[in-house]
Structures are given as C-alpha cells and as structure tokens.
Write a protein that binds this ligand. Structure first.
Ligand code: HEM
Ligand SMILES: *[C@@H]1O[C@H](CO)[C@@H](O)[C@H](O)[C@H]1NC(C)=O
Ligand SMILES: *[C@@H]1O[C@H](CO)[C@@H](O)[C@H](O)[C@H]1NC(C)=O
Length: 314
C-alpha cells in the first residue's frame, strides 16, 4: 500500500513537472508583447479603486488551481462557482473579463484566461506591497469545470492541521508551503458564518479580539451570516507578515488559521515563528509556493483551448 501510493506520488510529480516544463515566462513575448503590462495596469487600477480586489483575485487563482489544475475552470459561469466554498464568496470575475476583453482587441485568441488569472494573482500581491516573482506562462483553458471536485478538494475553514496538511500534500505541497500559502490571509475578508464557531466556542482566541468581532457576528446562526471581518486584524490591506504575528497573539480569524500556531512548540509553531520574525523568509517561501501552485496540472500545447471570453467555452 505505502509503496504503491508513493510510486503514484512520484508518477504524479513527474507528470506535473513534464507539463510545467512546457511553461515559459517569455511565452507571449512575440505573440502578445504587451500582455503582461496590460494585465499589470488593469490589476493595479482595480486594486487602487477597491483594495479588497487584490485579495479576491489572489483567491480566485488558488480556487482555480486546486480544482483540476490552473485551467480557468473556476471562471466558467455556474459549475464550480456554485460549489460551497465559492458560491456568494468568490469575487473579481468582472476584472478578469475586462482584462480579457482588452487582450482580445490587442492579440486575438492568444492569451489564455488561466494565464491572465495567474499573472493577476502575482500583480495583486505586488499592488498591496508583497513580493514579486516570475510567472511561467503558456497555460490553456479548460472546456469543462468540476463542481464536485471544488467541494471535495478546496479546504474548508474548520479543518485541523492534519487535514490541511493532507489537503495540500495531495497537491504536492510541503507543510512549509502550506503555512506560507496560508499567509495569503494577510489580506482580504471572511464572512461571519466562516468564523462564528471560533468566536463563541474556541478557547485559543484572544478575548478582546473575540469580543470586538462578536458585535458584528451575532449568535445564533442566521443573522449576520454574511457580515465581513478582515482576515488580518492588524494590517488588512498590506501584503506583509503580520498574519503570523496575529497567530502568535491568538488573533487568527479562521479556525484553519489558528491551528497553524498552538503555542506549545509543536505542529507548525516554528514555521510561524520564523515567518513572523523574518519577513524575507516569508516572502521567498510565499513566492516559490505560488510558482508551484501556478504549475498545478496546466493544459499546454494543443490541450484545451484559448477562450475568447473567460466565462464560457468557445
Ligand atoms: C489553508 C487553507 C485555506 C482555507 C481553509 C481557506 C479558507 C478561506 C475562507 C473560508 C475565506 C473566507 C471566504 C468568505 O467568507 O467568503 C478565505 C478568504 C481568502 N482566502 Fe483562503 N483559505 C485557505 C488558503 C488560502 C490560500 C492558499 C490562498 C491563496 C494563496 C487564500 C487566499 C484567500 C484570500 C486572499 C481571501 C480573501 C478573499 C477576499 O477578500 O475576497 N486562502 N479563505
Ligand atoms: C481530519 O482528519 C482526521 C484524521 O484523518 C479525521 O479523523 C477527521 O475527521 C478530519 N476532520 C475533518 C474536519 O475533516
Ligand atoms: C458551539 O458548539 C455547540 C456544541 O457543539 C453547538 O451546539 C453550537 O451551535 C456552537 N455555537 C456556535 C456559535 O457555533
């Protein structure tokens, strides 16, 4: 059993590497030389108009890549968008659609929606003061989506450390990658229904922090379910390492955030300590884990298609 599953893990990794080896940062250099500058300008404008948009675009890329790879399946109307983690929660589709429309006038049917989303995630992080990295390109778009896989493979906020480790491990991520990627919660917001249990039922929560959040997230379930709170209570619009200091003060908003730091020195406590005290260590771990995320089973070559409109297949 163990050797069968490690063998399949090795085979999966080889497949993933073969596919990502076909991606290249210069993929659009001759076919659409202004693609990257166009995406960056549009993302910067969208984030300047509404700071939260940076968080929303970053999360869209994550929810794309974790479900049958980075293939823009999450952008197809309906389908994955109706899955529990996504419905009435994902946002930013109109920003991607508008970038796509601009690129279609510049270079017809050339730049894929999956690549636009991958670059937009990076540019969002940069627009909010976070690290930059080079994005390999050449992904193509799926002709299908998978709502069941979105329900099964996106981690829910009530997961414990063992479940998060398993969920990210299944996609080839190390525990350090998983802790670094969770640092994306240094920006953006969550709905009361996703942290109410933590406010009223958990003990590893700072009491002043819990009290201040309860005002806008009442018990019982039903009222205020969709009221929002910042995932990073200290610097919500800066892509920095404050998320990890929050965890050390028991001010993680989601259960799945706080499980990364227990204070007992076990689990992932030392990774959190390192990222909290060493911003450069966090930046470099986050950037490399994002490249890894972007390399999850891309469609390349003649697979899939380059959509004309990101919300529907051609
Ligand atoms: C570790 C497992 C993770 C869990 C359980 C999780 C769960 C959640 C939940 C429940 C929300 C709030 C959704 C809502 O209330 O509408 C959220 C928001 C967010 N997540 Fe995660 N997430 C995880 C990992 C990640 C990763 C890996 C990224 C990106 C690299 C990410 C980026 C974000 C961002 C930026 C937001 C805010 C979005 C916005 O304000 O529009 N998350 N996450
Ligand atoms: C987390 O994983 C453990 C061990 O595999 C399992 O018993 C538990 O039910 C899982 N919890 C959730 C919320 O899925
Ligand atoms: C707290 O836990 C109890 C017992 O498991 C449950 O009945 C109750 O609904 C929970 N409260 C909230 C706000 O989640």
């Amino acid at each position: 059993m163990a050797s069968t599953s490690s063998l399949s893990a090795v085979l999966l990794l080889c497949l993933a590497m073969t596919a990502s080896a076909q991606l290249s940062p210069t993929f659009y250099q001759t076919t659409c030389p202004n693609a990257l500058a166009t995406i960056k300008a549009a993302v910067t404008a969208a984030v300047n108009k509404e700071n939260r948009m940076g968080a929303s675009l970053l999360r869209l890329h994550f929810h794309d890549c974790f479900v049958q790879g980075c293939d823009a399946s999450v952008l197809l109307s309906g389908m994955e968008q109706n899955a529990i983690p996504n419905v009435m929660s994902l946002r930013g589709f109109e920003v991607i659609d508008s970038i796509k429309a601009q690129l279609e006038t510049m270079c017809k049917q050339t730049v894929s929606c999956a690549d636009i989303l991958t670059v937009a995630a990076r540019d969002s992080v940069v627009a909010l003061g976070g690290p930059s990295w080079t994005v390999p390109l050449g992904r193509r778009d799926s002709t299908n989506a998978n709502e069941a896989a979105a329900n099964n493979e996106l981690p829910p906020p009530f997961f414990d450390l063992v479940n998060l480790t398993q969920s990210f491990g299944a996609k080839g991520f190390t525990v350090t990658d998983m802790v670094a990627l969770s640092g994306a919660h240094t920006i953006g917001q969550a709905q009361c229904q996703n942290f109410r249990d933590r406010l009223y039922n958990e003990t590893n929560i700072n009491s002043g922090f819990a009290t201040s959040l309860k005002a806008n997230c009442p018990q019982p379930t039903g009222s205020g379910d969709r009221n929002l709170a910042n995932l990073d209570v200290s610097t919500p619009y800066s892509f920095d390492n404050a998320y990890y200091s929050n965890l050390k003060s028991q001010k993680g908003l989601l259960h799945s955030d706080q499980v990364l730091f227990t204070g007992t020195g076990g689990g992932t406590d030392n990774i959190v300590n390192n990222f909290a005290s060493n911003p450069a260590a966090f930046s470099s771990a986050f950037a490399s884990a994002m490249v890894k995320m972007g390399n999850l089973s891309p469609l390349t070559g003649s697979q899939g298609q380059v959509r004309l409109s990101c919300s529907k297949v051609n």
